[in-house]
Design a binder for this molecule. Sequence first.
Ligand code: GSH
Length: 210
Amino acid sequence: MKLYIGNRKYSSWSFRPWLAMKVAGLAFEEELIPLDFPAGNPAIRAVSPTGRVPVLRDGDLVIWESLAIMEYAAELAPSLWPADRAARALARAVSHEMHVGFGALRAECPMNMGRVPGTIEVSDAVRADVGRIEAIWAECLARSGGPFLFGAFTNADAMFAPVINRLEIYALSDHEAVRRYSETMKALPEWQEWETAARAEPWIVAEDEA
Ligand SMILES: N[C@@H](CCC(=O)N[C@@H](CS)C(=O)NCC(=O)O)C(=O)O
């Protein structure tokens, strides 16, 4: 099984399935295809029907879209969704909300694993996105008791992983639940492995440098 990813510094969509599959202990190879071409890297087109990463290849099977990859990973490692049916439904709901939502936060505040934390000007729409994320995290953590959103680590945590980076590097939240949850996520050895490799990357993508 091989996961094609983009730059670790910037590719938030790649980080999600990579983190989920690593924390779940799935064995896979990875190949990084740099996102440093203004019109898209032709090497991505060669492996991805959408010209985007992440893409998972398992034998002849090619899966694109981060959440579809994570659903596939959860079939191989069922702990990636909560065992309880109601919790599993909620974990999927917040994961889908992340997949389609928070457009202002994603557009104005790109994930950047190499950035020194500091504030930037953000719109009211970003503040609203942050408020909704704080509410989701506080509610999930209160319901499960933590330390992850649904108790043990699941795909829902992986879906929000890039947001943890965004809230930190643009200093967007001082909510207690965000602080506690971010500490838990950033202490994962797999998080640290990704971050260390990201910081060693040579590429700078201007449009992701807010
Ligand atoms: N909806 C897709 C989004 C994938 C996506 O936008 N990937 C970006 C990198 S994070 C990409 O491949 N961009 C192509 C490029 O910049 O050349 C998913 O969930 O996987």
